[in-house]
Write a protein that binds this ligand. Structure first.
Ligand SMILES: *Cc1c(COP(=O)(O)O)cnc(C)c1O
Length: 392
């Protein structure tokens, strides 16, 4: 089966049994019911019709007075942008809807805590050329676009994203490519942004083709939220490009099971049929997904979409997202409730991206109870203890 065999939601019947498909509700066009099918399925149309005003948003959902006020105040600091597709997933009335919380400004964005940083991950400090962070020995993070279909309220790069004055120009892209070409120790390039799929297919191919042409480059990874916020973006032209420059990995960003629609399943199925290996990075967000039940359902559904859960991030110390932060213990508890209780494949690594540029640090429940000479006492997921003896 080729990706080109699977073009419509109906075609998914050729790939999955009914009981699996039933877990992925069709989002449909909702309040956009009168829009032509052609427009709705066009990512250009979805991009053009992004909701960026209060009036636009009020056509889709009922806003509380507080949400209306917050919109006006917060929009000045960090723009609002929501694709009709993603807006349509929102509950019309529930202000705690996980989709609303991720896309609609909240009062907490105006709060700046003393620990908040402008560049919490020290990404600028590790930039040998603008738009490229080289922190780890063998891989780099390459920012190729400052745009996204939806401006996530929890964005860690709020200082850059949605600001057109910082957009990566062609010469910046070329400088990044030339840096990678000159650094033979780099074998893995994370193409990120913003969202690299906000670039045209032509520009994206330019980047990927250049990277694939370098003999020291092994992995090309895309970091993109388009499968979640704009699944229409995964068009045939894009898939042909991705198929041409394998191996390509793609990490996306599902945060809540409500985002897992039949439409997103179609996009992810087509991606995996093109040979792309899929992973997911979620962020723990207070009130959105900060409990074991939600994260377990998310992980199980990811596996059905042929996406391997990769990381769960502790929320960064970026300005304007302190209202989303959970305790580190919450993340540990989520992993504790997964390990042993479900498929190892479903378990992501919980990490804190260390403030100041320390990189990603794994955080795990502690399974070593004590060490006494060559005897190590361990505990399993049911808290039962076992001794293991190391060679002396
Ligand atoms: C996350 C990240 C990477 C990739 O890290 P992996 O753990 O290999 O996924 C590379 N560079 C930077 C700066 C990063 O933040």
């Amino acid at each position: 089966m080729q990706f080109s065999d699977i073009n419509t939601l109906d075609d998914l019947n050729k790939v999955y049994p009914k009981h699996i498909l039933d877990k992925f509700p069709i989002a449909g066009q909702g309040v956009y019911v009168n829009e032509t099918n052609e427009n709705w399925n066009s990512w250009i149309w979805q991009q053009k019709k992004r909701i960026n005003s209060l009036e636009g948003l009020e056509k889709v959902i009922n806003l509380s007075e507080a949400e209306k006020n917050n919109f006006v105040e917060c929009d000045k600091l960090f723009h609002t942008g929501i694709t009709p597709y993603y807006a349509n997933l929102m509950d019309k009335n529930d202000t705690h809807c996980p989709i609303r919380m991720q896309a609609i400004p909240q009062k907490g964005e105006l709060i700046v805590m003393k620990e908040d940083l402008e560049d919490p991950l020290g990404e600028e400090a590790d930039m040998p050329v603008p738009g490229l962070t080289h922190r780890y020995p063998d891989r780099v993070l390459f920012y190729t676009s400052h745009n996204c279909p939806v401006y996530c309220r929890h964005c860690t790069r709020k200082r850059k994203v949605a600001d057109p004055s910082t957009s990566s120009a062609q010469d910046q892209l070329d400088a990044g490519i030339e840096y990678i070409r000159a650094h033979k120790e780099v074998r893995d390039v994370v193409v990120s942004g913003g969202d690299p799929l906000s670039l045209s297919n032509k520009k994206l191919e330019y980047i990927i083709k250049n990277l694939r042409g370098m003999e020291h480059i092994e992995l090309i990874r895309l970091g993109t939220r388009n499968p979640v916020t704009l699944p229409q973006r995964i068009d045939n032209e894009l898939l042909e490009i991705l198929q041409r420059y394998q191996p390509i990995y793609l990490n996306t960003h599902f945060n809540h099971p409500r985002e897992m629609t039949r439409e997103s399943l179609l996009a992810c199925t087509r991606l995996s049929l093109s040979g792309v290996v899929l992973g997911n990075q979620s962020v723990l967000l207070k009130g959105v997904n900060d409990n074991p039940k939600t994260m377990l359902e998310l992980s199980h559904k990811l596996l059905l979409m042929r996406i391997r859960p990769y990381y769960i991030y502790q929320c960064d110390l970026s300005q304007g997202i302190s209202h989303f932060r959970t305790s580190v213990e919450t993340g540990i508890e989520i992993i504790e409730n997964m390990r042993g209780w479900t498929s190892g494949l479903a378990i992501p690594q919980f990490v804190i991206d260390a403030p100041g540029g320390g990189g990603k640090i794994p955080i795990n429940p502690n399974y070593v109870v004590k060490k006494d000479g060559n005897k190590i006492t361990l505990r399993n997921y049911k808290k039962q203890q076992y001794d293991y003896f190391e060679p002396v």
